[in-house]
Ligand binder design. Sequence first.
Ligand code: ZN
Length: 82
Amino acid sequence: MGGRRKRKKVMKRVVHKAPKVFRCPNCDAISVTVSDEDEEVLVSCSNCNLSSRLEKVRNYEPVHYYNLFVDKYHSGEVQNKG
Ligand SMILES: [Zn+2]
């Protein structure tokens, strides 16, 4: 006897609730949402309609796409149409 028993504690998965609505670099409203589509992710502002489709990246969270979106906006790749 005397077997060493290693008990693995089942860790509860902590779910961080990441914000899902972000500030728009164009109109400054908190109305940018990130929606998951099949192959891409659509980042769009419901206030001024600024939007961009981004390629999906594994393990990216909405905030990462949002950051990309802001970068693109500042580099002139994303423009408000109309
Ligand atoms: Zn906007």
